[in-house]
Structure formats: C-alpha cells, structure tokens
Design a protein around this ligand. Structure first.
Ligand code: FAD
Ligand code: UQ1
Length: 413
C-alpha cells in the first residue's frame, strides 16, 4: 500500500486549497490528492455563464495545471473509508494509508432524484440548470429563445451549495427579458420549499422588496416534484397542506437546480454524521470521532450555508487545528460559520450577502451592503475569479476577515 503523511480526498476548491498549503509546509511526497476528474471548475462563474455574461470555458482548467506540483495526484475515485485503519480504498483497488486525512468531496448532485429531470434536461431545450458544466449553456439559450409565457425558477428540497444561485438565475432572467423587450410577455415565478426567500432577516427584506419591485412572484412552501417535458408542465407539492395538494403549472422555460446530498460513499462510511455529511467539530473541522480526520467545504456538516467563501474562511482554522493535533496541542482558531455570496441582481449590480453561524450579518465593506451595488458586481465578475485562481487554490487566501477588520478599523468582529 502507498503511505502518505496527508491524504486529501477531492481536488475541488477546498481540497486543492488544503493540499497547496499542506504541501508547501511539508514538502514533496508528503501529500496525496485522490481525485478522478480531468478538469477543475470554478463553479461560481456558472451563474454568469447562464446569463451569457461569461463563457463556460473560463470556468474550467485542466486538473494537471491546478494540482500543486509537490502533491502526488492519484487519479482515481475514493470508494471506501476505513478510518480504523487510517486508509482509503480507491476505484483502481489501491489502499492509500495516511497519518492525516482531509475529506473535501463536495456535495453530490442527484439529478435522478427528481422525476422527469434527466429526460427534460436531455430533450427539452427550454429546461436548464446552472449547476453543472454540461447544462449551464442551456440557460442562456433558453433566455434567448424565450417568446412568451411562464418562466419558472425552482429551489430543491434538499441541502444545496450556494443557496443564492437559484435566485440569481431569476434576477438575471428578469434583467435579460427587460433588456430584450420581452419582459411584458413573461410571467416570472420563483418557487421554494422553504418558508422564506432568505434565511437572514435583513436580507430577506431586501430580496422580498426587489421581487415586488420587479414583478417577480415568489411562491414559498412549494416543492417541485415532477417535470413533464412532453406537455411542458411542472408539478409542485404545496407543503402547507396535509396531505400535500399538487398543482400543475405549464412552463415556457424552467430552471431547475437538482436535488443534492452527501456523496454516497461518504454517507455509507463510519465518517458520516446523522445527515450523511462528514461529521465535524463546527469550529475546527476536526472529525467528531477520529482526531486525525478533518473536513472542509460542501461535504461537511458545518451548520452554515455551503459556499466557496465559507471554504476559504475555513482553511485557516482547519490548518491550525491540524498543526495543533500534530504537536499534541489543543486547536485555538475558531471558524465562525462565515459564509457569503454576491447575489447578482442584474448584469451590472449585486448585493453582497455575508453572515455567520448566528445568521447575523458579518459584512466586509463599510458601505450599505443591502443596496444593489455596481462595485459588488464588478467584484463578482472580475476580481473574485482572479482571487480564486491565484489565491484560494494556492492556499494563500483565507477569507475576507482580515480585510473586514481593516475596513472597519478594528471595530468589527
Ligand atoms: P467542490 O469544489 O465541488 O469539489 C469536490 C471535488 O471532489 C470534485 O473535484 C470532485 O470531482 C471530487 N470528488 C467527488 N467524489 C469523489 C470521490 N469519490 N473520490 C475523489 N474525489 C471525489 N460559492 C460562493 O462562495 N459564491 C458564489 O457566488 C457561488 N456561486 C455558485 C454558483 C453555482 C452555480 C454553483 C454550482 C456553486 C456556487 N458556489 C458559490 C459554491 C461553490 O462552488 C462551492 O461551495 C465550492 O466549490 C465547494 O468546494 P468543495 O471543495 O467543498 O467542493
Ligand atoms: C469569497 O471569498 C469567495 O471565494 C473566493 C467567493 O466565491 C466566489 C465569494 O463569492 C465571496 C463573496 C467571497 C468573499 C470575499 C470578499 C472579498 C468579500
């Protein structure tokens, strides 16, 4: 069997950020990354790709170009965790041994858990999804080909990554239709299984107001249960009725983020918590049962919204915790649940949403972040991609908390 000081499972955002830092500190041959994919994706760009504001190729880099040079890349899937024996089994039959394990497998997209979704994405050009590289360009085509009728946008009844992304698709469609003189022929509706449009009160008010102003109808407590591409209909369960009443709505275009959940092999392993995600200490990312196992990002059960911004902010405390454990010390740095996303509201504005475990706003900039700002769109479209490729992926950017303290001259958490 091969033997490493550190094994990282997953070469996505969190996995490569950790692998970069760990291999810089510990040197060549000490860190292995188990990752089957040929390509690495900057997923936040897909929101803009879906609106024709970026090319999808800009979101993709060959994995070999972003994999840290000092790491050994094991180009296979992890298929089984055996934390009692400090090993991971791979799809090629390797048994990889570790002193420390970092799990960074992301969240799994479960397209086949929604009746009719795979067929609709395959066969109906007006059914689209910003959540995968293969379906994201359908969104912009649907906006272009839209003539008149219902433009329906949904939100899955499962945990999600970037809970803002389904809503950004709504605003960008509204903006596109206005700019192409067909807004009066579109009825735009946004359907969520949740009881409110946003979980943080301050931002809930902001987005409720924007939807009202722009004539976007928000249907809360409605869960999409089936798509019928032949008749171009979407079926929703009304969650506030018992038994759930079903309503069938015709669509001209339909944007559907898929159901999501923990990766199957993680869920089936001793590392999973009650919901199937990696069970971690919420301040340090250390596994709740196995002290030499750590987790980062969307595959963990950190009780906060799953975002890349969160991943960046998690890297510092997790790296410190690993160091502490290596030296027999108690970790001190604490992840505060920081998470954020620029809610893009048009092709020139965004509202930068930022909050923590307490669902309290934790804002970086000293201006009014509840207002739609051109600067925040510029940050999303121009600055954050560069920060990602040159900062986050190299393990050099650990979230905006230092910038926040600077901006507020020390008068902030
Ligand atoms: P990922 O980056 O998804 O990486 C997981 C990796 O694990 C993948 O490379 C995968 O191939 C690998 N893997 C899976 N299974 C296995 C296995 N069995 N063995 C080995 N490897 C495996 N975040 C923001 O902060 N701001 C935004 O504006 C934003 N917008 C978004 C818009 C969209 C449309 C989407 C889809 C996401 C958005 N996000 C945003 C969320 C952000 O992309 C994720 O939170 C982030 O990428 C999570 O990083 P991760 O490392 O946990 O998972
Ligand atoms: C962030 O750090 C990040 O990851 C690099 C994102 O993903 C694209 C974000 O969307 C945001 C908002 C942040 C937070 C960073 C700053 C400078 C506020």
């Amino acid at each position: 069997p091969s033997m490493y000081k550190f094994v990282v499972v997953g070469g996505g955002s969190g996995g490569l950020a950790m692998a970069s830092s760990l291999s810089r500190k510990h040197g060549k041959g000490q860190v292995a990354v188990i990752e089957p994919s040929e390509d690495h994706f900057y997923q936040p760009l897909w929101t803009l790709v879906g609106a024709g504001l970026k090319q999808k190729e800009q979101s993709r880099r060959p994995m070999k170009d972003v994999m840290p040079k000092a790491c050994d890349w094991i180009k296979e899937k992890a298929v089984e965790f055996d934390p009692e024996h400090n090993s991971v089994k791979t799809s090629g039959g390797k048994v990889v041994q570790y002193d420390y394990l970092v799990v960074a497998m992301g969240i799994q997209l479960n397209f086949d858990q929604l009746k009719g979704l795979p067929e609709a994405l395959e066969n109906d050009p007006m059914v689209c999804c910003n959540y995968s590289y293969n379906t994201v360009d359908k969104t912009y085509k649907a906006l272009q080909n839209f003539k008149s009728g219902n433009a329906i946008f949904t939100f899955p009844n499962t945990p999600v990554k970037c809970a803002g992304a389904p809503q950004k698709a709504v605003y960008l469609a509204d903006d596109y239709f206005r700019q192409h003189n067909k807004r009066d022929r579109a009825t735009i509706t946004y359907w969520l299984p949740l009881p409110s449009i946003f979980s943080v009160a301050q931002y809930e008010a902001v987005f409720t107001d924007i939807c009202k102003k722009r004539d976007i109808q928000v249907n809360l407590l409605h869960n999409l249960v089936e798509i019928k591409p032949e008749s171009k209909e979407a079926v929703f369960a009304k969650l506030d009725t018992e038994p759930n009443e079903m309503i069938t709505v015709p669509y001209e275009m339909l944007h559907v983020p898929p159901p999501m959940g923990p990766p199957d092999i993680l869920k089936a392993s001793p590392l999973a918590g009650p919901a199937g995600f990696l069970s971690v200490n919420k301040e340090t990312g250390q596994h709740t049962k196995y002290p030499n196992v750590f987790g980062i990002g969307d595959c963990t059960d950190f009780p906060t919204a799953k975002t890349l911004a969160g991943v960046a902010q998690q890297t510092g405390p997790i790296l410190q915790a690993i160091s502490a454990v290596e030296n027999g010390l108690t970790p001190v740095a604490k992840y505060d649940g920081y998470t954020s996303c620029p809610m893009v509201t048009s092709d020139r504005t965004a509202v930068l949403v930022e909050f923590d475990y307490n669902l309290e706003p934790l804002e970086t900039f000293p201006f009014d972040q509840c207002k739609e700002q051109r600067s925040m769109y510029f940050m999303k479209a121009q600055l954050l991609p560069a920060l990602y490729w040159h900062g986050v992926l190299k393990g050099l950017f650990h979230g905006p908390s230092t910038l926040r303290k600077l901006m507020h001259l020390g008068f902030s958490k």
